[in-house]
Design a binder for this molecule. Structure first.
Ligand code: GLN
Length: 463
């Protein structure tokens, strides 16, 4: 197939099903087709092209793009256009990948269900009455529904991996610093990573190699080149894991995990064993504090990162109904109108945790927990090459089930958050359907920092 045919087929599919799914906030028809046409012309002229040239892709609307709006799922950025491209977007363009459009998300990537988007939720293609996970529900649903073969997500506490689990797609959070964050709207800068969403491990590896590598525009970017992932996926696909040690994390499983999710997880451990892997149990006792620490660190960083949305520099400007037009009052009116309830909740939480009287008690303690979690990982990785757990405790839940109870919503991230706190890479793989509801479940693989290759080798062996 030509690039134009492939791109048009996905645009047709979007036109056919996205009315029901709502994975996209913006569809980029003419530009995508123009890029596809250019690729076809270059190919006809015998030019050497990147192996993903002409393969269309969807981009989470948390990542800035020239020529298309970027909203972060928020009213405060409605109609805003970035004057520059994120580094990852520049890399997609350089590879000749047509960008199909921007995908839906929880507002500023805060959430686990995409119900917090200011533009309405995305529906799970497996069951339109259920959530597609979050915050990157749009990217996961687009890939699951064959609206896009690949997508980009951002993962601060699981927003690539948990949507992957509940939609039956592959999602990878690279090592912190492995993919440039330049042009990803910052949620919590010490946790955020951009990563691939795909239907196979090899596809994720191909995309990861396009977007990864050093970027001088991101001061936390690693200098390591991003190579070996595709080779690792091809090696893993041979199905031999002899000599590989997998560590089952004792604290992530059992009570609180849906029986069907657990059952599929145990079956996958058997498959790993029959592929030659050795399975050991590892203990990460501090993981039980990860959720609490995360929900202090994330709001603290978010309260600082979101301070730039002041009604002056970006997007929406709302004016107070009466009284003087001071900067504070314009800022207040803009934020009151532009931010949704979950964003306001987290800003208030973060400002409180950072306030002088409480800083040590909350933020300081959370940072100490972070160190303990890193130590747990170090100890676990001295016993195993890759750690495994279910990605999320349950399959996709119904709309509205958890919106009234923020804590119930936060519990979805219990297994994904430790990786962000420690900066280690993680992958979620489709892991079969749970018996109770016939919905996808996910298995998570975790590797030491800079060892993303291990995820691809082990992940491809399970496929
Ligand atoms: N669900 C998590 C949260 O609400 C994860 C967010 C993310 O990874 N962007 O914070």
């Amino acid at each position: 197939v030509s690039s134009v045919e492939a791109t048009q087929a996905h645009l047709d599919r979007i036109a056919e099903v996205d009315g029901g799914i709502h994975a996209f906030l913006h569809i980029n028809t003419s530009e995508a087709l123009t890029v596809a046409r250019e690729v076809d012309q270059k190919r006809a002229a015998g030019e050497e092209l990147h192996h993903l040239a002409g393969v269309p892709i969807a981009v989470k609307d948390m990542i800035v793009t020239v020529g298309q709006p970027t909203t972060a799922g928020s009213k405060i950025l409605e109609g805003w256009h970035s004057p520059y491209d994120a580094t990852v977007v520049q890399k997609l363009r350089a590879a000749g990948m047509p960008i199909l459009g921007k995908t839906n998300l929880d507002e500023f990537a805060m959430g686990s269900s995409t119900e917090h988007s200011a533009y309405g939720p995305t529906r799970n293609p497996w069951d339109l009455e259920r959530i597609p996970g979050g915050s990157g529900g749009g990217s996961a649903a687009a890939v699951a529904a064959f609206e896009a073969p690949l997508a980009l997500g951002t993962d601060t506490g699981g927003s690539i991996r948990q949507p992957g689990a509940v939609t039956g797609t592959v999602g990878v959070k690279p090592t912190y610093g492995g993919v440039s964050r330049y042009g990803a709207i910052a949620l919590a800068s010490s946790l955020d990573q951009i990563g691939p969403v795909s239907r196979t491990v090899l596809d994720a590896a191909l995309l990861h190699e396009v977007i990864g590598g050093h970027d001088p525009k991101d001061s936390t970017s690693l200098t390591d080149p991003c190579t070996g992932l595709v080779d690792a996926a091809r090696q893993g696909a041979l199905g031999d894991l002899t000599g590989v040690k997998l560590g089952v994390i004792k604290e992530l499983g059992g009570e609180g995990y849906q029986a069907g999710v657990e059952a599929r997880f145990q079956e996958s451990l058997e498959l790993f064993r029959s592929a030659g892997a050795e399975i050991v149990e590892v203990s990460c006792p501090s993981f039980s504090y990860a959720l609490a620490a995360y929900y202090l660190i994330l709001p603290s960083e978010a309260s600082s990162n979101l301070a730039k949305f002041d009604g002056v520099r970006f997007g929406l400007r709302a004016l107070p109904e009466d009284g003087p037009l001071t900067i504070e009052r314009v800022m207040g009116a803009t934020r009151a109108a532009g931010f949704g309830p979950e964003v306001k909740r987290r800003i208030i939480l973060g400002v409180y945790a950072l306030s002088a009287g409480y800083y040590d008690a909350y933020y300081g303690s959370a940072q100490k927990v972070r160190t303990l979690i890193q130590r747990d990982f170090d100890a676990a990785f001295s016993q195993a090459d890759v750690l495994v757990s279910p990605t999320a405790p349950t399959t996709a839940f119904k709309f509205g089930e958890k919106t009234a109870d923020p804590l119930a919503m936060y519990l979805n991230d219990v297994a994904t958050i430790p990786a962000n706190l420690a900066g280690v890479p993680g992958m979620s793989l489709p892991n079969g359907l749970a018996d109770e509801d016939g919905l996808p479940s996910g298995i998570q693989l975790l590797a030491p920092a800079r060892q993303d290759v291990r995820l691809y080798r082990v992940g491809a062996a399970l496929e």
